[in-house]
Ligand binder design. Structure first.
Ligand code: ATP
Length: 405
């Protein structure tokens, strides 16, 4: 297994019969001219990634024999598995079969069984099959046909001489998807495509994606193994650490755990949850058996929506921004104490969000019976986005306070 080394080489293992890397070719001038939106490539990229196959490249190509043949040649040199869609029609500008035959050095011939099936299709519709359609019955010695119950173009499953694979699928998604799901995918699984991938996720709050990336450092973010990536999500900035297979004596889980532990040390104060956990787990573990009562104002109920499923949330109240209480209580402290008593709960949280220009100010108070803690923050953006973010700011403030008291 060779890792991606930053020079266009990707994990490859076709020689051992495994399929670890893939390229997707979307074939058709309609795609390169923008007439058709390429949905096939995205669908297949998702499927291959889920299978544990590294998608090294996605390319779109016009109906040009030179371009298609060159791309197949380059892709088969680079990756274990090449998946193409389109160009399997009967017309002279459908060139996928010709290109694959050329790079395999084989000559296509009409397969009698496929031809009989095609003739049957046309006869049942009362049509005569044109000579052109015989092309769709072509096979080469290295190819077997993938059945197409939704069209006239069978797919090609091509065993390459280097033990890699080419899978050619039709272009129309309603033909491509069933063929992929019912015929290509089961055979790929049987061939042992993909590798077990080990992944850890750290969820951060109180830090932006770029600041997090700066702490992680370019070296780690660019390294192929483990792969470390940041994602700005709605409720957190996620850091995803993942690796595949076994290499240089370090198994994927060992390596990922080691790098995760190092990142936890460096990002520690911002990490509120890991892997499948979210705000409920983070706050729940710091409440440590205590109960919570919440009053939220001007946040459109987003805080209750966020925490509402938690067993420790015993009371939640939503006030509109024009409620008279908001006028009489400019500050949230008395509200936090009141909701704590009214709930009754061990901890009371009050959050008041006010739109200020393009942003939203958030006043937060947390009452735990001993003292009332007060904090003011800004949430980026106003309007619905601002209200949503203000609720998260409130949850984050509670989590931090619970960690320090
Ligand atoms: P068939 O002979 O069954 O039509 P084909 O393999 O020849 O299949 P194409 O002629 O390349 O397919 O494309 C047929 C239609 O499929 C296109 O007009 C377009 O609507 C759709 N299509 C092709 N490629 C894609 C793609 N990558 N993403 C989404 N739709 C596509």
């Amino acid at each position: 297994v060779t890792p991606a080394d930053g020079h266009g080489r990707w994990p490859r293992d076709a020689q051992a019969g495994h399929l670890l890397s893939a390229e997707i070719l979307s074939i058709g001038t309609e795609i390169t001219t923008g007439e058709t939106q390429d949905t096939n490539a995205g669908d297949l990229a998702q499927e291959l990634t889920a299978l544990g196959v590294h998608v090294a490249r996605v390319s779109a190509l016009p109906d040009d024999i030179r371009a298609i043949t060159d791309s197949f040649a380059r892709a088969t040199a680079d990756v274990d598995l090449v998946v193409s869609t389109g160009g399997l029609g009967p017309t002279p500008d459908d060139l996928t079969r010709e290109a694959i035959a050329a790079i395999c050095g084989e000559t296509p011939e009409v397969d009698p069984a496929i031809e009989a099936w095609l003739r049957g299709l046309f006869e049942r519709r009362g049509l005569s099959m044109s000579e052109m359609n015989r092309k769709q019955a072509w096979l080469i010695p290295s190819a077997t046909a993938l059945p197409n119950p939704n069209g006239t173009a069978p797919g090609w499953w091509v065993e390459r001489a280097d033990r890699g694979l080419i899978v050619a699928l039709p272009g129309p998604p309603r033909e491509m998807r069933p063929m992929w799901r019912d015929h290509a995918l089961p055979r790929l699984r049987e061939r042992g495509a993909g590798a077990d991938t080990f992944t850890r996720t750290l969820k951060l709050t109180g830090i932006g994606e770029s600041a997090a990336a700066e702490i992680i450092g370019e070296k780690l973010l660019r390294a192929p193994r483990p792969s470390v990536a940041t994602y700005a999500r709605a409720a957190s900035v996620d850091v995803r650490i993942s690796a595949t297979g076994d290499e240089g004596g370090s198994s994927a889980p060992d390596l990922v755990e080691r790098v995760t532990a190092d990142l936890e040390l460096r990002l520690g104060e911002y990490v509120f949850a890991r892997d499948g956990e979210g705000w409920l787990d983070a706050i729940g573990s710091r409440l440590n058996g205590r109960t919570l009562g919440v009053v939220e104002i001007g946040t459109a109920g987003h805080l209750t929506a966020l925490l509402g499923d938690a067993p420790w949330l015993v009371f939640a109240e939503l006030l509109g921004p024009r409620n008279p209480i908001v006028k009489t209580h400019r500050s949230p402290e008395p509200l936090a104490r009141r909701v704590r008593e009214a709930a009754p709960a061990d901890v009371g949280l009050a959050v008041i969000a006010r739109e200020r220009g393009a942003d939203t100010t958030v006043s937060i108070a947390i009452a735990d019976g001993r003292e009332t803690f007060r904090e003011r923050r800004m949430a980026f953006l106003g309007g619905e986005q601002g209200r949503r973010r203000a609720a998260l700011v409130g949850a984050a403030a509670l989590w931090r306070r619970l960690g320090s008291s």
